[in-house]
Design a protein around this ligand. Sequence first.
Ligand code: SAH
Length: 254
Amino acid sequence: MSTAPRLHIDAPLAAGATLPLTREDAHYLLNVMRRGEGDPVRIFNGRDGEWSAQIAHASKKAATLKLEAQTWPQQGVPDLWLLFAPVKRQKTDLIVEKATELGVAAICPVMTARTQSDRIKYERFESIAKEAAEQTERLDLPEIREIDKLDRVLDAWPADRVIIFCDESGDEADEAWGGARGRGQPMASALAASGALPAAILIGPEGGFSPAERERLRSLDPVIPVTLGPRILRAETAVIAALTIWQSACGDWR
Ligand code: SAH
């Protein structure tokens, strides 16, 4: 396991090429990681695998790298999207970081009836995802989608992709879903039945899903309602739990 720092740089990677670093990347390498001229660095751009490089030139605030050779061929993550309703800022940041580590291909914020915050700072999401991808040794970044209303996302949903709908409801005797249609299936057994199809996992906001949302979701063919057990998990916990189950059952943890 190399200890050379990793950087995502969106540039063509070829032997002998020199790459100027952004101020942020130079700061990270020189001041945070305390590296200097001649030190090794690992570079990936999401298309050409991972490459070895050296710091060819370093000044106080700038640095350029010299690319050497490809050390890992390009490899993507499983075809899994995360649809989630933004929650409080720190928790939403945590969701973006953990979803990147847990290998989602796309992060799709959705506005639901009970979503509190619709302000999404994409630049912040992008830098969290970049840092997490560098640390977790991914060879690509997750795609970060524009926030959209859940209804609109469902209107345009691709027929070949299942939606694993994490539904926190189920046992209220006087509720529509508590009785006849009750709790969703346990996620692990639901996945065993559905197999490794292109998938999305849907996680609601602190306030949960509205009855109308639940009604529509449960009426759609690609939707598989699942339970994450008898306790109500915070959204960020549910994201981590659901992604872990999916990667273990269908993804690249097998
Ligand atoms: N405020 C709601 C819970 C919302 S938890 C209530 O108290 O009922 C936030 C989201 O996490 C939910 O919308 C759901 O997507 C997911 N979640 C939490 N616990 C879950 C569980 N036991 N089963 C399935 N999904 C769960």
